[in-house]
Design a protein around this ligand. Sequence first.
Ligand SMILES: [Zn+2]
Length: 377
Amino acid sequence: MPEGHSIHRHAQLLTSLFMGQPVRVSSPQGRFATGAAILNGEVPGRAAAWGKHLFVPFYPLNVSDDVDLGATRIGRSPAAVGTSPVDAPAAHWLHIHLGLYGRWRLGGPGTAGLTGAGITEAPTEDSGMSGPRRGASGTKADAGNARSGRLGVGADSEVQRADLSVADPAANRPKFGSINRDNTTDLEGSKLLTPTPTTRMLMYSERAAAMLTGPTRCEVISPAEVAEAVAKLGPDPVRNEPGDRERFIEAARKRRVPVGQIVMDQAVVAGPGNIYRAECLWRTGIDPLRPANRVSKARLGRLWDDLAEEMRRGVPTGIATTIPDEYRPDQSVEGDEELDRVAVYHRDGRPCVRCGTTVRMEVLAGRKLYWCPGCQR
Ligand SMILES: [Zn+2]
């Protein structure tokens, strides 16, 4: 299942492709027909992620030019949801949760130059999004990208570079935050992507198309319902807003279940899945089976900080690369290069790269948990 870093990347990509562009929306499968009819002909604003949830505001085509489509933010209070500085709320929000089987596919000239979340490479983990196949040059550029991720480029520079690559002016972009009303012609049919019978949603402008299959949630909701959905979620380490660290520590300290279970509980911390759970507990040396209320505040704080840093670093590529440089193996495990990027995830039965103890796997609350009993206390 794609973890929170991928969903944040999806939000960036959808914003880059569709913000300010009137879109056609349909549901070839039919299960989203009512929602698609509401959004069809409207204009997406800035998409946002909170944990594994994706929210996209949609504005009517005739919304005032004074409205800054990029200004809408989601937040904890109902007042912060759907309200732009000029008090012109986006009435419709597309809410998507990919779940286990949800996948995006992107196509069209607007995707040229986009990277991350599987857009220009065949991802070796399920990022939940794929793009069109590229020629040799795209492959090469992507290889460079993957390498720089491996070398542990600082989070800020990496995020910044990714933002630049996304913001690159592809052909005739409207001014950021304004509506390109000229783009309503030639939208009678999308030749950019061919939907399948299971396509829940097809969305396209004249320059890009996005196709969604298999999501757990795909619905149109109101600003108040966005607030409700967010209220059920714990703090998101990628967002890492003021007070989030304390919120996480406080919530975790109230629970007696294993801390490894807490890190997967979206009401306590929103976004981490199985990879970041295993990796960040290993990185901070915390035994995942220790009851959460028996982990000190200081250690929980370090765990939050590590989740925030590592997940944020994974956003540009949509791929988790969490093994510290000093433990990176000299030689790849044959046929399983994915193992070069992680310390304990999927490494059960192998010696821990830090202490040599055999990495273990156990099923905890229905999900496989990987950890090293030697150096996680
Ligand atoms: Zn170890």
